[in-house]
Design a protein around this ligand. Structure first.
Ligand code: NAD
Length: 291
């Protein structure tokens, strides 16, 4: 049976890191604070917002909700982002997406200062993921996968990492982060021929296809580390991942469960990014004012 890579263990370590940053800032009278920008009342957004706020507060991070009706104009939303850029009490901004269809998401995200972009919603932050030296942050989910590997001492150097999925928010940045860890990386997608033949050759398999149970026994081999990014509500109403856990866990060496794996670490990474953004602003400028 595979070793379980548990989000709660990674979270304990992350908690220490976040609290020590928050304590340092507290000494300077600064409460690292996240603003969550929501347009409309989508149930997914409401539930994410509620969970994130609770978690931020547990970790000593402030959290403010900024809410607009679903028919808000582009101008009004852009003005709100610019206001958040200027607001010295706010160190990180997370815009819940997708935005309603009448809004130009790219324009709105692009208006955000990369320094406050704690979940890689701007092109500038994504550039940083590719160059390794940007001002923003990697997407929290992709970073959460790296935190899990680091926490469990899984060395990526010279190992073959296979990422299933090439989205801009998970697959592609995860591939870049694995490359930074000196893995040899293969990215699979819907047009990959014989997915199972590729994934079986992985040392580290990161599943981010958004398809419940797509990774089965035939896709894995002994000793692999499997990171399951997928989150779905199964036919039985229970949460499940992209990996068929029951079929895969007896074969591989280590695996993240769903729930209790990547998802739970993602919010801690978000909190860490907010604390880090506040620290960078404080250290870099001696002041937190953006004009
Ligand atoms: P997406 O739909 O934007 O991208 C999925 C990618 O998988 C695409 O690039 C597609 O080419 C690839 N893909 C789909 N079917 C495939 C197949 N049969 N074979 C090979 N490749 C295939 O999804 P996303 O936003 O990247 O999210 C991926 C999964 O991660 C979803 O289940 C989502 O719910 C989950 N997710 C989890 C977190 C978290 O915090 N744990 C955060 C974001 C997303």
């Amino acid at each position: 049976m595979a070793k379980l890579l548990l989000g709660k263990e990674v979270n304990l370590a992350l908690q220490e890191r976040i609290r020590s940053k928050a304590a340092l800032l507290q000494g300077a009278g600064i409460l690292p604070t996240l603003a969550i920008l929501r347009v409309g009342e989508r149930p997914d957004d409401l539930s994410y917002e509620k969970g994130a706020k609770k978690r931020m507060e547990t970790l000593g991070i402030g959290c403010e909700n900024i809410v607009f009706p679903a028919d808000v104009s582009q101008e009004k939303l852009m003005a709100a982002v610019e206001e958040l850029n200027r607001d010295e009490r706010i160190h990180g901004v997370l815009m819940l997406r997708p935005l309603p269809g009448h809004l130009d998401e790219r324009l709105v995200c692009g208006a955000l200062l990369p320094e406050k972009d704690v979940d890689a919603q701007t092109d500038a932050s994504l550039t940083g993921v590719f160059t390794g030296n940007g001002v923003g942050f990697a997407p929290c989910t992709a970073q959460a996968c790296m935190e899990i590997l680091d926490h469990y001492g899984i060395d990526c150097t010279g190992r073959h990492a296979v990422v299933v999925g090439r989205s801009l928010i998970v697959g592609k940045p995860a591939a870049m982060l694995l490359l930074q860890k000196n893995a040899t990386v293969t990215v699979c997608h819907t047009r990959t021929a014989d997915l199972a033949a590729v994934t079986r050759r992985a040392d580290i398999l990161l599943a981010a296809a958004g398809r419940p149970g797509i990774i089965g026994a035939e896709h894995v081999s002994a000793g692999q580390t499997v990171i399951d990014v997928g989150i779905h509500v199964g036919a039985d109403g229970k949460l499940c991942g992209d990996v068929d856990f029951d079929a895969v866990s007896p074969i591989v060496g280590a695996i993240t469960p769903v729930p209790g794996g990547v998802g739970s670490v993602t919010t801690s990474v978000l909190a860490d990014h907010v604390a880090e953004a506040a620290l960078r602003m404080y250290r870099g400028r001696g002041s937190l004012i953006y004009m």
